[in-house]
Design a protein around this ligand. Structure first.
Ligand code: HEC
Length: 140
């Protein structure tokens, strides 16, 4: 995943100001749900960083699992189809999202043991999927 992010970064830098990201059109309700979810993601990342800095490693793991990890998957399942972002994404884009949930759960598993060093080593993976998706896709 890290190599992917670096490759995408180099590509985008080479392209200069031109926006070469793939444009994806989601139905308006799905886009609105996604936007809210993204703001929640941002808050979750910030919370996790603060908890790690405060030495509250297990708590950081709890937040990571519940808000970003596999436990956070499928929460739009009961919404009308046009309000569910996942099924309207190209498979590769959706896959990056799945990788992100996976990475958050791996961090969470390490953090929940209270092993700070192990959790710290996995912490950067929390934002790899955010970067990979944002550098590859846009919705407007
Ligand atoms: C699978 C792709 C994907 C992943 C993974 C992803 N995002 Fe996003 N994100 C998007 C798209 C698409 C939008 C644009 C939504 C819209 O159309 O308003 C967006 C928008 C945002 C926004 C702007 C919201 C606004 O106010 O309009 C923030 C902040 C954000 N993402 C944070 C994150 C963070 C933090 C992560 C990782 C924890 C993350 N995203 C992971 C696809 C993704």
């Amino acid at each position: 995943m890290k190599a992917l992010v670096i490759a995408i970064f180099l590509l985008s830098t080479a392209a200069g100001a031109e926006d070469t990201r793939q444009s994806v059109t989601l139905p308006a309700p799905a886009q609105e749900v996604l936007r809210q979810e993204m703001l929640d993601n941002l808050v979750a990342v910030s919370e996790i960083l603060s908890l790690m800095a405060a030495g509250k490693v297990r708590e950081a793991g709890d937040v990571a699992e519940s808000k970003l990890g596999r436990s956070a998957m499928g929460k739009h399942r009961d919404k009308p189809f046009e309000a569910r972002p996942g099924p309207h994404m190209p498979p590769a884009m959706h896959g990056i999202g799945m990788d992100g949930h996976q990475a958050a759960s791996e961090f969470a598993a390490a953090a929940k043991t209270g092993d700070r060093d192990k959790a710290m080593a996995l912490l950067p993976n929390l934002t790899s999927a955010c970067v990979a998706c944002h550098f590859s896709y846009r919705t407007r």
